[in-house]
Design a binder for this molecule. Structure first.
Ligand code: FUC
Length: 824
């Protein structure tokens, strides 16, 4: 109430003629007028390690709780033994074009269900649920529920019999606990019980020293025994009133204020070390948090969070829709003008990354850290044939570089565990993995040969290492991760096979992720995505070894192999070929369009440098269509941005911001009321993919230059963004009006030449001297790895890819320099 009154006064003082909103200042808030009725309406909070979904009921508050290391199973890899001979046979069958036989043998060698002595990865599991039951709150009014993503706090408020009850819930970025603060407008009116449940088979719930305790052990699946022991404690601190208890409930009566501290810990230390002590850890976290005043803790939480969150602001303009509740805005988005929801969705993606991936924690899995099940969809593990990578697409360009670190830690682990699969399955040096991993860093086949025979997971993950280096210029980081890059290159050096017809070097056997080219046949050699991935792996190694002055002779071998990779090919339908032979179907609507990896996230296809390939990529996109699973649409936003088609990219954002279907499976994605992405079911990659896509529409930094507003849609004619990152350590602020850049500020953290591409005839003015760009950019972070000239089918009809009229200019920057440009 107070806030609304304040808001009114401000409005009167400014004389602004906008109507008073029910929720003041809600641009960075998700807002709702009723409690969550299901998980897809509850609101996620997290500090990287501890997650909760807050339901916000008036009669009952429900917190579904997660701790990121509660996974089924125990340490150990899942590498199948004695299958090398079979792989050799499959290679021979592929060379003889006996593809069905190759598939049969692959399926037989790696069956769909995990053999007795193996496993196909472990599920990430919920801890359980905490409930606060309020007496006499059935008739509540003036209900409001929010998630403030500027402060990382979820709030609930409502009135009962003239008394206002408020709650705020957060997962502390200052100390490792979840905190719930309850207040009311009338002294002594807080009366409620605290109780808990957990679905784990092995568990005990009891009261000990005024604390509610939940002990448990994670599940056993396939050949693995559940060995994660966890302990959760809920500890209420009362102001006024009285605390009593039953065997498994805490009862609070007549309190003025209550702060509940929830501490969760496990025995997990590392993928191969479970020697942690949950009892000791739980008490340590708790006593540290309790040693501070609640308000001090709250302040520290907000400031630790904002250190990251506030680096980027995005204003796309507000309309009357900004004042509606989030669920309604999603329902209406397709038929309304609500650019502010796009900005909220973008910032929500950043919020989710900060909340699910902090330094020293596990990387964000398929559901980030939020999962209510013991057996969630696809185990809520790490699927690395797109999903895990997509989670981290917004890490660098939206200025959250530190949030990328858990992924690098995981790559370090995999570069060790993956040596077993490289050696045992392929008799190769280095390391590799297939399309999945989990807490235990498995690297073997998952889900059988049809889906799992894809030895490319490491190839894709290591792109993140190289890109982090390009954004930050951090040589120490490159040194630390050099062995992972080298081990990945070594693996492909040993694994590549000569293709009998054209003598190219190709990965065999493999597939174009999860797609098939004939009946039930996915297995083949030399798919376009594999070729593109190996191209990047080899170039990363060659570049890193040069920068760090290491392994020059190995680098020569890698260069030779690089020169024998197949070029990209434009097929008979004018499409970018997915497979080595021209067998793409124009009616193929598969969610994976893996061969467009070369367009995004890789930068091998550029509209300015390779218009034919770009046109072919566009044709492939057009044949596939728009609507698909959440992550697939998220990828498409990025692709259309790279194809410089802002309106089509915006159309995909619209598709993504469609209310998600209630079905729990299928190929038709969208957005749930809580703004989380639906595969369906909930899968977080779509949120991150779309966030990255929005950044990519505003700024691109590959292909030798920084391109400003490359794919601005008509729906976003005016706006401003601050703090986006470009490769080479540049930070960019921009304003635009009538779809044209009006203001630009470039901050340089590494120095070096800045090459900028903008729309033609902008007439930019600056105190900085800038000149029209000529030749190659001499900035070391903008070197382009040259691709081979693509092959083109005689049947392909290409009309030419029209690029917008642009100009490029250069200016010198110093470390720490700030350079401003304006259109007068
Ligand atoms: C890949 C995708 C599915 C799903 C799963 C987690 O297998 O093909 O659509 O996203 O990962």
């Amino acid at each position: 109430m107070l806030r609304i009154i304040k808001h009114k006064i401000i409005l009167l003082a400014c004389g602004t003629l906008i109507s008073v909103s029910t929720f003041a200042q809600q641009n960075l808030k998700l807002t709702y007028s009723k409690p969550a009725e299901n998980w897809n309406e509850a609101l996620p909070i997290g500090n990287g390690r501890l997650g909760a979904m807050v339901f916000g009921g008036a009669v009952q508050e429900h917190l579904q709780l997660n701790e990121e290391t509660i996974w089924a199973g125990e340490p150990g890899n899942n590498v199948p033994k004695n299958t090398f001979d079979s792989i050799q046979k499959v290679r021979r069958l592929i060379n003889e074009s006996q593809f069905e036989k190759a598939q049969d043998l692959t399926n037989k060698t790696y069956p769909r269900m995990a053999p007795k002595d193996l496993n196909y990865g472990m599920p990430y599991q919920t801890m359980g649920d905490l409930y606060l039951d309020f007496k006499g709150h059935e008739n509540f009014t003036n209900y409001q529920r929010t998630l403030d993503i500027e402060k990382a706090i979820s709030t609930v408020s409502y009135e009962v019999n003239g008394v206002t009850f408020k709650r705020e819930t957060l997962s502390s970025f200052a100390d490792n606990v979840i905190m719930i603060k309850l207040t009311s407008s009338k002294k002594g009116s807080l009366n409620f019980n605290i109780n808990a449940s957990t679905p784990h088979k092995i568990n005990s719930i009891f009261i000990e020293k005024n604390q509610l305790v939940i002990n448990g052990t994670s599940g056993s699946v396939d050949n693995k025994i559940g060995k994660i022991n966890f302990k959760t404690v809920a500890f209420p601190v009362l102001k006024g009133g009285k605390l009593t208890s039953t065997k498994d409930q805490l009862q609070i009566s007549g309190a003025d204020e209550v702060a509940i501290y929830v501490s969760i810990a496990t025995n997990f230390k590392k993928y191969n070390d479970l020697s942690g002590n949950p009892d000791v850890r739980v008490s340590e976290y708790l006593s540290k948090a309790l040693s501070k005043k609640y308000d001090t803790e709250l302040k520290a939480h907000i400031s630790n969070y904002q250190k990251y969150f506030k680096r980027v602001s995005l204003d796309l303009g507000k309309t009357e829709h900004s004042n509606k509740t989030t669920d309604i805005r999603i329902q209406e988005f397709g038929n309304s003008q609500d650019p502010d929801l796009v900005a909220l969705y973008f910032q929500f993606g950043r919020y989710l990354l900060i909340s699910s991936s902090q330094q020293g924690t596990q990387p964000a899995n398929l559901q980030g850290i939020w999962n209510y099940q013991l057996n969630p969809a696809w185990d809520s593990k790490y699927t690395v044939n797109i999903n895990t990578e997509m989670n981290y697409w917004p890490a660098e360009n939206t200025n959250l570089s530190e949030m990328h670190e858990p992924l690098f830690d995981m790559i370090q682990d995999l570069s060790v565990t993956g040596q077993e699969s490289a050696k045992e399955m392929y008799k190769a040096r280095g390391w590799n993995m297939h399309h999945n991993t989990d807490l235990w860093r498995i690297t073997g086949i998952v889900d059988g040969g049809f889906y799992g025979m894809w030895p490319m997971g490491g190839a894709w993950l290591t792109q993140h290492v190289w890109n982090h280096y390009l954004y930050t210029g951090d040589r120490e980081f490159l040194k630390k991760n050099y062995d992972a890059l080298k081990g990945c290159a070594l693996f492909y050096l040993d694994v590549l096979q000569q293709d009998p017809s054209k003598k190219y070097l190709v990965v065999s056997p493999s597939m174009s992720p999860e797609n098939k080219y004939f009946k039930n046949v996915s297995i083949t050699a030399g798919t376009t995505m594999d070729n593109q991935l190996v191209f990047d792996v080899f170039n990363n190694f060659i570049n890193a070894s040069k920068i760090l002055n290491q392994d020059q002779s190995l680098s020569k071998d890698v260069k030779l192999a690089l020169s024998k990779l197949p070029p990209m090919q434009i097929g008979q339908h004018g499409q970018l070929q997915e497979w080595l032979t021209d067998m793409d179907r124009t009616d193929d609507k598969h969610r994976h369009i893996s061969h467009l990896y070369g367009l995004f996230p890789s930068g091998q296809i550029s509209p300015f440098r390779n218009p034919d390939l770009t046109e072919a990529a566009k044709k492939s996109m057009t044949y596939r269509g728009d609507k698909s699973t959440g992550w697939s649409m998220g990828w498409k936003v990025n692709w259309w941005a790279r194809l410089l088609d802002g309106n089509r990219a915006f159309k995909l954002i619209s598709d993504q911001l469609t209310p998600a279907p209630m079905e729990n499976k299928g190929q038709s994605g969208g957005t749930y009321p809580n703004l989380l992405d639906a595969h369906p079911p909930f899968q977080i990659d779509g949120n991150f993919g779309c966030t990255s896509g929005i950044a990519e529409m505003l700024l691109q930094s590959y292909d030798g230059y920084i391109y400003l507003l490359p794919a601005l849609p008509d729906a976003l004619p005016s706006g401003s963004v601050k703090g986006l990152k470009a490769r080479g350590g540049f930070e960019i602020d921009m304003d635009w009006k009538n779809s044209k850049l009006t203001k630009l500020v470039v901050k340089s953290s590494l120095g070096g030449n800045a090459r900028i591409r903008v729309a033609k005839n902008l007439n930019l003015k600056s105190k900085t001297t800038f000149i029209s760009a000529k030749g190659t950019n001499n900035n070391e972070y903008y070197q382009v790895d040259m691709i081979k000239t693509p092959l083109k089918s005689a049947k392909a009809e290409l009309k030419g890819f029209a690029v917008p009229e642009t100009e490029t200019f250069d200016f010198k920057t110093e470390k720490g320099g700030v350079y401003s440009f304006e259109v007068k």
